[in-house]
Write a protein that binds this ligand. Structure first.
Ligand code: GDP
Length: 194
């Protein structure tokens, strides 16, 4: 996809506030600090479209951005952010599950993982929801620049085994050197294809 224009549309916590219209959607999910904002900003060639989870506020909402006239990019709240009050944390589950279960426009979810970490329960919950609601998972393993080739191979085995997916289903990415940018777009384009 050639990104010409990306525009913030609105934030929402519940279906009544989701944008109207029937643009297809691709959502981005991952634990706080995983590199979600960095990935999105690289994809749409912007320095600061999406705020990082170190600035709470808009980060606990579902944020909708329109890309060209092609699709809606949906930034889901990062999970596991330590400084978020418990009441807000409790809202995360129903907010996420409602969006994933009810949103007809949703074509795929980019699940972002840190190459240095073993996927945790929240990551597995997210993947389980995607499977339960038949939403295509696009699994992006980011911060690849931080590991050597050998370490990458080892972590690839750990991550694919923990998730129960094929190694070929992982797309490797680095916001630092932009490795994998085209590969991530190819997966998004495929999920958007009618
Ligand atoms: P978010 O909370 O998931 O939106 O994560 P951010 O995009 O804010 O990234 C969290 C931290 O990881 C920041 O300090 C980023 O600079 C850093 N980071 C994100 N992606 C990469 C990457 O691909 N490589 C490296 N080396 N650092 C990254």
């Amino acid at each position: 996809m050639i990104v010409k224009n990306t525009e913030f549309i609105k934030s929402a916590t519940r279906p009544a506030h989701y944008p109207e219209g029937n643009l297809p959607e691709i959502a981005f999910a991952g634990r706080s600090n995983v590199g979600k904002s960095s990935l999105v900003n690289v994809l749409v060639n912007r320095k600061n479209l999406v705020r990082t989870s170190s600035t709470p506020g808009r980060t606990q909402l579902i944020n909708f951005f329109q890309v060209n006239d092609d699709f809606m990019l949906v930034d889901l709240p990062g999970y596991g952010y330590a400084k978020v009050p418990l009441a807000v944390k409790k809202d995360w589950r129903p907010m996420m599950e409602t969006y994933l279960a009810k949103r007809r426009n949703l074509r795929g979810v980019v699940l972002i993982l840190d190459i240095r970490r073993v996927p945790n329960d929240d990551d597995l919950q997210m993947l389980a929801w995607l499977r339960a609601y038949s939403i295509a998972p696009i699994i992006v393993v980011t911060k690849c620049d931080k590991l050597s080739k050998n370490e990458r191979a080892r972590q690839t085995a750990v991550i694919s085994a923990t998730l129960g997916v094929d190694k070929q289903d992982l797309t490797f990415f680095s916001a630092l050197n932009k490795e994998g940018k085209d590969a991530v777009w190819a997966r998004i384009d495929a999920a958007l294809a009618p």
